[in-house]
Design a binder for this molecule. Structure first.
Ligand code: FUL
Length: 545
């Protein structure tokens, strides 16, 4: 994501106050001589203060909980991206906004073929570039001439979004939309970055001859610039005419406009319309629900936190308190370092976007990544508490290239072979704390609960030695992200031997052992956690690959 002209926050604010029990033990407070700390209810966002001690910050981070929407999103694990538009035909990655709509000429658009390929590749949600930075829209919009309705393709009657949404749903895949805030075409029309004031706008704004005139419409009165209103009207069309949408993707780029020009995006109004019209949709990545991981290589940090310090910037946009690509977004040190610039701690999980090919759009001379490369990306994204967003660009025919389709299917099979079945599922379990068996029952909503913070051991006995070369751990994130360090040990002839040591776990942590380890008994020990760990999966696997 191009983050040029990102707004960095320089100052702080806000202490939240609500009823509840104190965060710190009274003794600790007395010793510190400070005011009683702010009682904090669990929530998806918690206000912090520059006065918070490092321990108070950690206690607040431990109380962050994902929303239902965020939980549903996280469980998708891997999602698909489809970059398709005028760039597919011009060979550009960023269009100019003045390309002729006639360049858009797919010779055999087949969105069912996309859907089959994605379903066979194991995807449950796909996001289409309904509008990229050039402003060309893939559906017939009432608000622009730069789109399929102005193209000679299908005599202007084509609607890629309709076809995409229908095909995805018919194949059990959820629909997501990428609607670029940057819009070169609207810039050329004097709308984007025209310096207009934020005033109250009625959305939808009916156009001359609008087919919706006289109908009972849900309407909104919102603050927006001229361009902000244009975005609102397009969001309204997309979110009311194409069925349920499960992810709305906004990037943060401003496009290639002169440096003295800037469009201050009306995030608050855009979010309000998305929440009202698509209540199930996660808003990524310039959005409150999902955070861009900070690179376009699909790679998460080894220790990736979903509980991170944030600042709320212009018009309600959630922004990083620390640099977006900081190597550490959520450890104790990171929380302390962010204190002077963060306003809140927030459940803001990472999404790792990457293209299967070098470009986001299709270019005939480029080749897809190999299954090995994608598997490595999977292990370093899904295996590190993140969701993978993999782009597969349709070609000039309007089909996913055969080579990419083959790789997608092989990639899905490969992941199945990497993690074929949890050997611990049928093993005997015991441990301290509560419900050891629930860490191996395969249900992400049940968990072993460690007896105390930074403690607890969970044992597995296979009844005979078995080889393990992959470990998958998961926290029950409905109760937040708590684990800071765990070890996995195997009982060998010389006693308990450490096999793996990791920091964060979160929704999913996958460890690849350099070579298989054979042992009958295995255990997980929690060395560091903010609250007692709740482990939904203690997975021990022998890969088939
Ligand atoms: C970025 C865009 O500038 C790229 O073209 C691409 O769409 C990527 C996913 O997001 O911000």
């Amino acid at each position: 994501m191009a983050l040029s002209r990102r707004l960095f926050v320089t100052a702080l604010a806000v202490v939240g106050a609500s009823a509840g029990s104190p965060l710190l033990a009274p003794d600790a407070l007395a010793a510190s001589g400070r005011r009683p700390s702010v009682p904090v209810e669990p929530g998806y966002r918690i206000a912090i203060s520059p006065d918070d001690t490092p321990d108070e910050l950690v206690a607040k981070a431990a109380r962050l909980r994902p929303t239902e929407r965020q939980i549903a999103w996280q469980r998708l694990e891997k999602t698909a991206f489809l970059h398709f538009g005028v760039n597919t035909f011009t060979g550009l990655e960023w269009g100019t906004g003045d390309e002729s709509p006639d360049v858009f000429q797919p010779t055999g658009l087949d969105t069912d073929q996309w859907a089959r390929a994605l379903r066979d590749g194991g995807f449950e949600l796909a996001i289409l570039t309904v509008k990229h930075h050039d402003g060309f829209v893939l559906y017939p919009s009432r608000y622009t001439d730069h789109g399929v309705a102005s193209s000679s393709w299908e005599d202007g009657r084509g609607d890629v979004l309709r076809s995409f949404a229908d095909s995805m749903r018919a194949h059990g895949i959820k629909v997501g939309v990428y609607i670029s805030p940057a819009d070169e075409n609207q810039y050329l029309h004097g709308v984007y970055a025209n310096g207009s004031a934020r005033t109250t706008r009625t959305v939808p704004t009916l156009t001359d001859g609008d087919d919706r005139a006289g109908k009972k419409l849900r309407s909104f009165e919102l603050q927006a610039t001229d361009y902000g209103a244009h975005m609102l009207n397009q969001l309204y069309e997309v979110l009311t005419e194409y069925g349920p949408v499960d992810e709305v993707w906004f990037d943060g780029a401003q496009g290639r406009i002169p440096p003295e020009k800037v469009e201050h995006y009306d995030w608050d109004s855009w979010y309000e319309v998305v929440r009202a019209l698509a209540p199930g949709a996660s808003i990524a990545v310039s959005g409150p629900d999902v955070r861009w991981v900070g690179n376009e290589g699909g790679l998460a940090r080894e220790d990736e936190w979903s509980t991170v310090p944030v600042a709320e910037v212009e018009y309600g946009r959630t922004d990083y308190a620390l640099p977006y690509d900081a190597p550490d977004q959520g450890s104790r040190d990171a929380l302390a370092a962010s204190r002077s610039v963060a306003q809140y701690l927030q459940w803001w999980p990472a999404e790792c976007d990457v293209s299967i090919r070098p470009g986001w759009f299709y270019h005939p001379e480029q080749q897809p990544k190999t299954v090995d490369e994608l598997t490595d990306i999977y292990m370093r994204s899904v295996g590190r508490n993140s969701v993978l967003l993999l782009n597969i660009p349709p070609d000039q025919q309007g089909r996913l290239p055969a080579a990419d389709v083959a790789v997608l299917r092989a990639f899905d099979e490969r992941i199945g072979a990497e993690l074929p079945k949890n050997l611990a599922h049928t093993a005997r379990t015991w441990g301290d704390g509560q419900h050891p068996a629930l860490a191996v029952d395969g249900d992400p909503d049940t968990a072993w609960i460690a007896p105390a913070a930074s403690g607890g051991a969970l044992y597995v006995d296979f009844g005979r030695p078995r080889e393990v070369d992959r470990i998958r751990l998961a926290e029950d994130i409905r109760h937040g992200q708590q684990v800071e360090q765990v070890v996995v040990e195997a009982r060998t002839e010389t006693g308990w031997t450490q096999v793996a040591k990791v920091g964060t776990v979160g929704a999913s942590r996958i460890v690849l052992l350099p070579s298989p380890v054979a042992a009958r008994q295995w255990r997980l020990r929690v060395l560091g956690s903010r609250l007692p760990a709740r482990i939904a999966e203690f997975g021990l696997y022998r890969s088939l690959s």
